[in-house]
Design a protein around this ligand. Structure first.
Ligand code: PSU
Ligand code: MN
Length: 330
């Protein structure tokens, strides 16, 4: 085990050095000094996405949640690194002014991996999705990334091919993503199949192997594996890095039971929102924000409260995992 730890620490340091030199060459990246310092010292760092701020929640809940999530990560002893695009620069780690700017700005863009050349060449501003955040965080040498839920294969995706770039990013970016699983607005079975094809290691965090469905601790599907605590999760990530797989790890953290009560109500709202989206002809990248907003309205904020609670929980778990990983790597 000690040998494995040393080997992974070696690979990690070598890897970080390579990424940082590539990273520094690009004038399009801005790594916050607190983040580059923590990475260089092998201290725990947790990356956070920002589409959740620009498109996932209404103002001012988006701003307060983003700040709370950073505070939770710090309380666990890790450095938060919220990723976002500001005036064409990909920032890894945002100041509170930059966080506010993203939260307040109406009409910010949703920046997926494929949008990066467009927004950086035009000097635009937007929130990064899981796929774009994974890329930037990995380039900055970060190994753990916390979000609420990832994108997936949409229902009817076998016909529309509407499959989130988050899944292909997971297949080719070596970083661990901590999330509450996949929303039931998506086709969870096909999402798990696609992740298997992409070579992504999927594990449920906690006492069961049940794969969570964001608002519900159970989706009816099981994860191929399970990790019981931060140390087991960190060992899984360390192994993936040591094997140099070049693919990601998805850690699915079930919503805490005390917040799952709104689950049934939210499920009904999701079904109504799906019919409305289809009736209005909403497609592509506009589907997820539309559904999230309509579900918030239909549940009169109950789904928003559950959403915030599970993100807080993910931040706590992610912070603990980043700390355990940092210990295992030194
Ligand atoms: N799922 C959620 N909440 C979210 C998102 C997904 O439960 O806020 C956001 C994330 O930023 C994710 C993106 O990366 O939507 C996926 O969008 P698409 O399906 O267009 O790839
Ligand atoms: Mn899509």
């Amino acid at each position: 085990m000690r040998m494995l730890k040393r080997a992974s620490a070696f690979i990690l340091r070598g890897g970080i050095a390579t990424f940082q030199s590539t990273f520094c060459k690009s004038s399009l990246f801005r790594v916050h000094p607190s983040v580059s310092k923590a990475v260089a010292e092998n201290k725990p760092v947790v990356a956070l996405e920002s589409t959740i701020i620009t498109h996932g929640m209404p103002y001012p809940h988006n701003l307060s949640t983003a700040k709370q999530v950073e505070a939770i990560v710090r309380a666990e002893g890790a450095t938060p690194a919220t990723v976002g695009v500001i005036e064409g620069k990909v920032h890894v780690g945002l100041s509170s002014e930059e966080l506010e700017r993203l939260a307040i700005c109406q009409g910010s863009l949703k920046v997926s991996h494929r949008d990066l050349p467009h927004v950086t060449s035009k000097g635009l501003t937007g929130g990064t999705t899981v796929s774009a955040t994974m890329m930037a965080a990995h380039r900055a040498g970060i190994h753990v990334f916390v979000t609420g839920g990832i994108g997936g294969v949409h229902r009817d995706g076998e016909n529309s091919l509407d499959i989130s770039a988050d899944l292909t990013a997971l297949g080719r970016t070596p970083i661990a993503v901590v999330s509450a699983g996949v929303k039931s607005i998506l086709d969870i079975g096909r999402t798990l199949e696609f992740l298997e094809t992409q070579g992504v290691c999927v594990a449920t965090y906690g006492q069961s192997r049940s794969f969570p469905a964001f608002f519900s601790p159970q989706s009816g599907f099981t994860s191929p594996c399970q990790v019981a605590d931060p140390e087991e999760a960190a060992a899984l990530i360390a192994s993936a890095l040591s094997l140099d797989l070049q693919s990601g790890v998805l850690l699915a953290v079930p919503i805490p039971e005390e917040h799952a009560a709104a689950g049934q109500l939210t499920e009904e709202a999701i079904q109504a929102a799906l019919s409305e989206a289809s009736a209005k002809g909403i497609t592509g990248r506009d589907v997820t924000p539309f559904i999230l907003q309509m579900v918030n309205e239909l549940t009169e904020g109950k789904s928003l409260q559950a959403n915030i609670a599970l993100i807080h929980n993910n931040a706590k778990v992610g912070g603990q995992i980043a700390c355990a990983l940092s210990k295992q790597m030194t």
